[in-house]
Design a protein around this ligand. Structure first.
Ligand code: PLP
Length: 385
């Protein structure tokens, strides 16, 4: 890669799952003002919609961009695709699954939850059972990569169970889309600008078959989050219904072009996988243990247990890593202390090796002799197969 950020100018690498480290080209694209009504900006919107549809597999799919962070698009999807008398089965194994349940509560949509705790994957068989037990369920929502642990949920077996039971699948592919293929049928999928496409934050997008969008008319509880209304308006006028984040949108166009040049989803996924493999191997050598075994490890973000050594303090570890140019991420597990290192953004293998080197130096500075986790963490881990 030629287009790395410049840590020597005081800009640290963001080893976080979005906002993430973006290229100079993406940042430069934001140095111009655009009229939202103007034809040149409408052409940008048309290009990104078409490219996202192609990335998702084309066919009868349509793309509807939506202002706001990713959660705004999740809320828009839920409110627009689940009928008011529908019922949702939420598959939760982390914070984003729980946020979906909370959102459905706000929307007044009936739901039931399969709660797998912090890191166990929802499996096809239990989804099939839940659907057989409750014929009222119309939709199943799954988080593709649950970013709170970094687990890559088994989308294939879940989609098969949903399809066999004749229900509809909604996918929160926020942190996976663009790097991990989605080759299962869905009623709607959602992602955002600042994850694997490597844009800056400011909008999300919903991808759905045309027939599902047509059915969504009049369902939304919300004026601004009405996916059908946004779609219909964009098709008619080429414009966003309300003020678009213009600079973010043109930055995203630059990010999409770079994504294509890198080889699309396959190329992007391959780089992130190499990032993860180099980083995890190096961290293991230092004695760190990842929460998940290889079967469930995503190329997006990896959770590590904090070392048992009493000299380890996450706050100090974080600050010393930041001094070396790397911003890491605290963990979200409820039972044991952990932290996370992201693999996505404008970073490659040399950067990931430098991250490991920085971790090694930081352990020495803290006086941590061993990065091995406490026994309790390993007991937690033994529950995962
Ligand atoms: C990032 C993310 C979201 C959206 O979060 P925002 O902070 O609203 O952008 C939703 N789901 C998953 C799985 C995510 O990784």
């Amino acid at each position: 890669m030629t287009d790395l950020p410049r840590p020597e100018m005081g800009e640290p690498y963001l080893l976080t799952p979005g906002p993430l480290t973006t290229s100079a080209a993406v940042k430069h694209a934001m140095l111009r003002d655009w009229g939202s009504w103007d034809g040149a900006f409408r052409a940008v919107t048309a290009e990104i919609r078409a490219e996202l549809v192609a990335m998702a597999g084309g066919g009868d799919l349509e793309c509807v961009p939506m202002q706001g962070s990713g959660s705004f698009s999740v809320e828009a999807m839920l409110g627009s695709f689940v009928p008011r008398d529908g019922k949702v089965l939420v598959l939760s194994n982390g914070a984003y699954g729980m946020r979906i349940a909370t959102t459905l509560g706000y929307l007044g949509r009936a739901y039931t939850l399969i709660d797998k705790g912090d890191y166990l994957p929802p499996r096809g068989a239990e989804v099939a059972q839940a659907l057989a037990d409750d014929p009222a369920i119309t939709h199943v929502v799954v988080v593709h990569c649950e970013t709170s642990s970094g687990i890559l949920n088994p989308l294939d077996e879940i989609a098969t169970a949903v399809q066999k039971a004749g229900r509809k699948l909604l996918i929160d592919s926020m942190s996976a889309f663009g790097a991990i293929p989605v080759d299962v049928p869905f009623a709607a999928l959602v992602s955002s600008a600042n994850k694997c496409i490597e844009g800056v934050p400011g909008f999300g997008f919903i991808i759905a078959p045309r027939a599902e969008l047509e059915e969504a008319r009049g369902r939304s509880h919300s004026l601004s989050l009405d996916v059908h209304a946004q779609w219909a308006h964009m098709n008619k006028t080429g414009q966003w219904r309300f003020t678009p984040p213009t600079h973010v949108v043109v930055a995203f166009q630059a990010a999409l072009r770079a994504h294509k040049a890198e080889g699309g989803v396959a190329g992007r996924g391959a780089r992130y996988t190499r990032n993860r493999d180099v980083m995890v191997a190096g961290m293991r050598e230092l004695g760190f243990v990842p929460l998940l075994n290889d079967r469930w490890l995503s190329p997006i973000i990896v959770t590590f247990f904090c070392p048992a050594d009493p000299a380890f303090d996450f706050g100090r570890f974080y600050d010393l890593m930041k001094d070396k140019g790397f911003i890491i991420y605290p963990g979200k597990l409820t039972k044991v202390d952990s932290f996370r290192i992201g693999c996505i953004g404008q970073m490659d293998e040399p950067v990931m090796r430098a991250v490991v080197m920085a971790a090694k130096e930081t352990l020495a500075e803290l006086g941590v002799g061993s990065a091995a986790p406490p026994a309790a963490a390993l007991q937690e881990q033994a529950k995962l197969t």
